[in-house]
Design a protein around this ligand. Structure first.
Ligand code: ADP
Ligand code: MG
Length: 319
């Protein structure tokens, strides 16, 4: 069906700002800036696993772009170019137009050129590839956490998981909060400015996609260190306000996925710099624990000074 595919391709042909040759040829051409290292990543969204098949296409397009841009944020990189490999059960122009508009809107909002992709018939599946740039040697990787570092997280991890439960399990949420939680699920904000601001300051970082504890374990394993969490500064108030259940709020904070907040470590003596960055970006950053020497595991520090081993499993697609 070349006609229909042609139509789709036209939907995907958008103006570009820093690309030599975009959609329309066998490949795209672009020129990395001098002194930059390129960062590339891909993150797939599968119908029924990562989203409901009947989700609004504009939101789906946004989210597919956002979760990929978020991987650049987690590396301290600027997102620059995006491709979208797409499999669709049927070609509905209206659906494709709305999805493309959400996808392109997110790309454009973060300075990303949409430069190509692939389109095929099959089960609904979106697989973007993102390419970013970071000054040579300045990428923030997962392996740099050291004993004595603080552990920080941006925003309020858990809102998206409450949104998911509101939709899937009919978990009742306070009215104004329902919108915010479902919004966090459908329209996550990649923390690009935070990632860039953390270059040279964070010792390790990642974006929280599967749950805070499970994702923290990735840093601990790559850095070969342990973590002790203390709940004093956890941003639980919004979660409690949303669901009215303090225990559920804590569980959701620790294990809920899909918020795409940044979890990072930074030396304790640079705490004031992290706080200044939070102010400059008007983005709450919460100090949720500390890195210790030891084999990779997480403990929770209780009020009486005792320690509780934490269940470190976040949301695992194969469990
Ligand atoms: P080829 O025959 O070389 O595989 P295609 O016919 O698949 O090329 O694609 C032609 C052009 O349309 C290419 O530039 C490709 O990048 C673009 N394109 C196809 N699908 C998408 C998509 N989902 N998003 C962006 N560009 C796309
Ligand atoms: Mg070709």
């Amino acid at each position: 069906m070349p006609g229909e595919f042609d139509l789709i391709r036209r939907r995907f042909t958008r103006s570009v700002t820093h690309t030599d040759l975009g959609v329309g040829d066998d490949g795209a051409l672009f020129t990395p800036r001098a002194g930059m290292q390129m960062v590339v990543s891909t993150d797939m969204l599968v119908s029924g696993t990562h989203f409901f098949a009947d989700v609004a296409p504009e939101l789906l397009g946004w989210k597919a772009a956002a979760v990929n841009i978020s991987d650049m944020a987690a590396m301290g990189a600027e997102p620059r170019w995006m491709l979208l490999a797409l499999s669709l059960p049927h070609l509905r122009d209206e659906w494709v137009a709305a999805m493309a508009s959400g996808f392109h809107g997110c790309c454009a909002g973060f300075g990303v050129d949409w430069v190509g992709g692939d389109t095929t018939r099959g089960p609904l599946n979106l697989c973007p590839t993102i390419i970013g740039e970071v000054p040579h040697g300045q990428a923030i990787v997962r392996s740099g956490a050291r004993a004595g570092d603080d552990i920080w997280v941006s925003g309020v991890p858990g809102l998206a998981a409450l949104g998911l439960r509101a939709l899937r399990d009919d978990l009742p949420l306070a009215d104004d909060w329902r919108e915010r939680c479902v919004g966090a699920l459908h329209k996550p904000t990649p923390r690009v400015a935070l990632g860039v601001g953390l270059r040279g300051l964070a010792t390790a970082a990642l974006d929280v996609s599967d749950g805070l504890c499970g994702d923290l374990m990735h840093i601990l394993e790559r850095s070969n260190v342990a973590a002790v969490l203390s709940d004093v500064e956890w941003p639980l108030q919004p979660l409690i306000a949303a669901c009215g259940d303090a225990l559920l709020a804590r569980r959701t904070f620790l294990a809920g996925g899909d918020d795409y907040e940044l979890l990072f470590t930074a030396p304790a003596h640079r705490r004031a710099e992290v706080e200044a960055l939070s102010l400059r970006l008007a983005l709450p950053l919460a100090r949720i624990g500390a890195i210790e020497a030891g084999s990779p595991h997480i403990e929770l520090l209780l009020d009486d000074g005792s320690r509780l081993p934490m269940n470190t499993r976040g949301f695992d697609h194969f469990s």
